[in-house]
Design a binder for this molecule. Sequence first.
Ligand code: C5P
Length: 224
Amino acid sequence: LTPKDLQGKRVLVTAGPTWEPFDPVRFITNPSSGKMGFALAVEASRRGAHVDLVTGPTHLPDPPFLSTHRLKTAGEMDSVVRHLAADADVIVMSAAVSDYRPEEQAPQKMKKTDRDLTIRLVRTPDILAGVGAAKKPGQVVVGFAAETENLIENASEKLRKKNLDFIVANDLTQPGSGFRCDTNQVKILDSGGNVEALPCLSKEEVARRILDRIAGLVKKANHE
Ligand code: C5P
C-alpha cells in the first residue's frame, strides 16, 4: 500500500528533453524519454501530493490526477518552473535540459547549399541552479546528474553548486541505466556527504526510493 506521506504537499517535477530549434523543422535535443520524471510525478501523486509535471516533448500520455504542462524549449521550461516553484514544497528536476541553443532561429526552413553550415550555440538558463538559489526554508530540492565519467565527483559538485538536498546520479556507461531504458541504476548523494548505491531497478521502483527520501525530508522540515 502506498503511504499518503505527501498529502496536501505541492510537488513540481520536470521531465523529458528540450528541443532547441534553428528553423521551424530542425532542432538540437537528446534521447531522454521522460520515463523517470513521469514515474516520479505519478508516485508523488499516489502519495497524496498535488503534482505539476513540466515536460519537454515525449511520447508518454498525460498521467491521470495531476497537472501536465507541455513545452518545447529550455527557455519555456525556465519560465513555467519559475512561476510554479514559488509555491512548491518539493521540486524534482529530472528533465534533460539542453545546455545550449542555436543563437538564431530562421523563420522558414533553411535551404541547403553546396557549402558547409556553421550554427552558433549560446547557453540556456540553468533552471535548477535558479531554483536552488531561490530555495526557501523547508523547501526540498532534488536534482539529477547523468555522467559518462567521474560520476561521484561531478554529481557532488552539482549538489553543492546548485544548493540541493540530494542528487540522483546515473552512470550513462552502465547497461540498464539512463536514457530511454525502463530500468535505472543510480547513486543518491546527500548534502551530508553520504552516498547510497541502489541496484538496477525499474524506474517506478527508483521513483519510490526517491519519494521515500523526499517524504522523510518533508516530515523533518515540518517538525523543525
Ligand atoms: O549540470 P547538469 O546539466 O548536469 O545538471 C543536471 C541537473 O540540472 C538535472 O537535475 C537537470 O534537470 C538540471 N538542469 C536544469 N537546467 C539546465 C541544465 C540542467 O534544470 N539548463
